[in-house]
Write a protein that binds this ligand. Structure first.
Ligand code: SAM
Length: 177
């Protein structure tokens, strides 16, 4: 696999800003390059993540796409796609095959309602257990499995804030670059 990208489908500006922010933060922390989102246009979401990147480093981006379907059809010439859904086949049974692809990977998470067509367009429909939970937990667990835990070692270039792990309390190093 070359690079990891995330597509968050069906963002609702009024109801989802927190969940979509957390999808983006989880995507970034666990090694994705960029999150695309469809649904409502939301400059505040883009701005919030851009601020987080300025503080916490790296080059993660967020971009709005008008049509998830057109985006996914175009994606097919660039790489493969995995749709995370409680109805899919277990991540335990598919993760090795997915890890072995030598193209970019797009991980798709839904919102309140996922269009039926998405199930047909994605290369894989994968579950993180067959119980309902959330796009944030599904994405984090899937990326953790895909990375085999290597996200614990990631360093983010240009970070202004770095957490110093400590058994108690909060220790942070702040640079004024
Ligand atoms: N019933 C909805 C559906 O159409 O799948 C669930 C919506 S859930 C609030 C939002 C998103 O979380 C889903 O679109 C999916 O991407 C993700 N999700 C929730 N549970 C999951 C699971 N067990 N495995 C994989 N993804 C899951």
């Amino acid at each position: 696999m070359k690079h990891i990208f995330v597509l968050r489908v069906g963002h609702r500006k009024r109801r989802d800003p927190r969940v979509s922010t957390h999808v983006a933060l989880a995507a970034r922390a666990f090694g994705a390059e960029e999150m695309f989102f469809s649904g409502d246009k939301d400059p505040e979401l883009v701005e919030k993540i851009s601020k987080a990147v300025t503080n916490w480093g790296g080059e993660f981006k967020v971009q709005y796409v008008r049509s998830w379907k057109a985006f996914l059809n175009t994606w097919k010439s660039r790489g493969k796609s995995v749709h995370l859904t409680m109805y899919g086949v277990s991540a335990c049974d598919t993760i090795e095959e997915i890890r072995l692809i030598d193209r970019d990977l797009l991980i798709i998470v839904g919102g309140q309602k996922v269009p039926r067509e998405l199930y047909d367009l994605a290369d894989w429909n994968v579950s993180v257990t067959n119980q309902p939970h959330s796009e944030v937990s599904a994405l984090a667990v899937f990326l953790h499995m895909l990375n085999e835990g290597k996200e614990f070692e990631y360093k983010f270039k240009g970070a202004k804030i770095i957490v110093l792990p400590s058994a108690r309390g909060k220790k942070v190093m702040e640079s004024v670059l």
